[in-house]
Design a protein around this ligand. Structure first.
Ligand code: AMP
Ligand code: ZN
Length: 493
């Protein structure tokens, strides 16, 4: 694929506009995405963000770019209230579960990777951790202090936002926030605070005696601030200026704003050419969020073990559901929406299965395959518009069905192109997988449908003993039945 032929446009949060994508080094792309804080299971909202960036990573590679994709693991420094106060999220969980902080980190990192694998997301090129880069973080703090843009107070170090502003800095450049307004809307310093201004943020925090995650530094035994790790690890692996920085919208402020300020103070130039932000997954119209408990876990979704669901869904159906929305649109999660996606997904996969058995029947094609491919790519080139791409794929599904029924003629060349393009888009760029259906699962499903029917009969006759016996016996074998309003489904635990 010739990259130059493409006119990829991406929505840059810095300008608020779609811009032509021109990487700093021709065919190379450096992309950094803020990774998870590994103190709990990732919820489906977190997954949406990482799946969105996986799609972009894949499309950039499809276009022929050599992409270095760095996604960190936050294993220290992220405090409870996302600001500079409270306990470290990981240390807090370690205390609650009576485990070593690194056991918590290991447990949830392994869980996160497993889930991302189930969603067919590629691992990033580099997955650095905050605790693995304490020395580099200390070095960056020293440099910012030496430039007069950070100060020490009682063993902690804070970034001096007003001074940064007075020297031409633009704190607010990304989020569009105005520092005067921020100043007035931020809680007054209470006299106890070490900060000179409420806008200042921590680069290093002195650890209290109860704080279990701590490292020596020139200022105190303590730990780095959350924002610092991303500035340090992105510049270490992608350079002081790189192409794409991504994350969920909620990270724009303060996290990404602080990243820009730190890097600008350190190198005197902006770190990132394109800031990309993905939108939120909501549940009942409210953002899915760990702190409010308004979440669905991927595992619950796969098994159906959640009151919101009538059944379990294949990870590819869930991925397809996410790809049906643009990454910058809010997406509301519901059982009904997933059921609709499941139908569409089945139609798509059915057509994909037919592809290899299609026959070309004439040298004159009735189809404009070139035009269709070009429209599909234009959709993706327009800020990764996957819903439009999917609409185009369904145009091809109609063709495939008509060709297979002998109602439409396609030339050999067109068939080769149609087939290889469909596979690239469906299996590589959207990364959907045909659900593995072996002959034995088909047989098991058929036997289970019979058992479910017999149990339904028993219930109609109010033969509760038999109905319970069936359910309990299956449960002993690790097979769970789930009664929905219209039907009963089953899954293996
Ligand atoms: P955290 O582990 O809290 O640092 O979050 C990891 C990533 O998930 C960040 O990029 C967040 O922006 C993203 N995220 C959190 N909640 C949601 C949500 N409801 N929908 C989409 N992304 C989210
Ligand atoms: Zn980050």
């Amino acid at each position: 694929m010739n990259i130059k032929k493409h006119e990829l446009k991406v929505h840059n949060s810095l300008s608020g506009k779609k811009e032509s994508f021109q990487p700093l080094n021709q065919e190379y792309v450096g992309m950094y995405v803020c990774g998870p804080t590994v103190y709990s299971d990732v919820h489906l909202g977190n997954c949406r963000t990482f799946i969105s960036f996986d799609m972009m990573y894949r499309y950039l590679m499809y276009l022929g770019y050599k992409v270095r994709y760095v996604r960190n693991i936050t294993d220290a420094g992220h405090l409870e209230n996302d600001a500079d106060e409270g306990e470290d999220k990981i240390a807090q969980k370690a205390r609650l579960e009576q485990l070593e902080p690194m056991e918590i980190v290991q447990k949830y990192t392994v869980g996160f990777r497993k889930i991302m694998g189930e969603f067919n997301a590629l691992p990033p090129s580099i997955e650095p951790t905050a605790t693995g880069h304490i020395i580099e973080q200390i070095e960056m703090i020293k440099d910012i202090i030496s430039k007069g843009l950070a100060y020490e107070a009682n063993g902690s170090v804070y970034f001096d936002v007003p001074k940064y502003q007075s020297q031409g800095g633009n704190y607010g450049v990304l989020s569009g926030r105005n520092t005067d307004e921020l100043f007035h809307n931020t809680r007054e310093l209470d006299g106890q605070s070490e900060k000179q201004s409420p806008l200042d943020f921590a680069l290093w925090k002195k650890a209290s005696p109860s704080h279990i995650m701590r490292w020596p530094s020139p200022w105190s035994i303590g730990f780095p601030g959350w924002h610092l790790e991303c500035s340090v690890m992105s510049s270490k692996y992608l350079g002081e200026q790189f192409d794409i920085h991504g994350g969920g919208m909620d990270l724009k402020f303060p996290h990404h704003e602080c990243e820009i300020a730190q890097c600008q103070a350190h190198t005197n130039h902006p770190p990132v050419k394109y800031w990309l932000h993905s939108n939120m997954l909501t549940l009942n119209g409210k953002r899915m969020s760990k702190s409010t408990g308004n979440t669905v876990l991927p595992q619950e979704l796969f098994t159906g073990e959640n009151d919101l669901l009538v059944k379990g869904f294949d990870p590819s159906v869930v991925r397809f559901f996410m790809m049906q929305a643009h990454y910058r649109s809010v997406l509301d999660f519901s059982n009904e929406a997933l059921l609709a996606s499941e139908k569409g997904f089945a139609r798509l996969m059915d057509a994909m299965e037919k592809l290899d058995s299609l026959h070309s029947s004439s040298s004159i094609s009735e189809l404009d395959v070139e035009g269709w491919m070009s429209r599909s790519l234009s959709a993706m080139d327009d800020d990764f518009n996957t819903p439009i791409l999917i609409a185009e794929l369904f145009e091809a599904v109609r063709w495939i069905n008509s060709i297979s029924e002998g109602k439409l003629a396609i030339s050999k060349e067109d068939l080769v192109q149609l087939s290889s393009f469909m596979k690239d888009m469906v299996f590589f760029v959207l990364a959907l997988k045909s659900p593995a259906k072996s002959a034995s699962t088909d047989k098991l499903d058929s036997a289970m449908q019979l058992i479910i029917e017999l149990r339904r009969g028993a219930r109609i006759e109010k033969n509760w003993a038999l109905s319970d016996q069936i359910r309990d016996h299956l449960a002993q074998e690790g097979i769970q039945l789930k009664d929905g309003p219209d039907a009963t489904s089953w899954f293996i635990q």
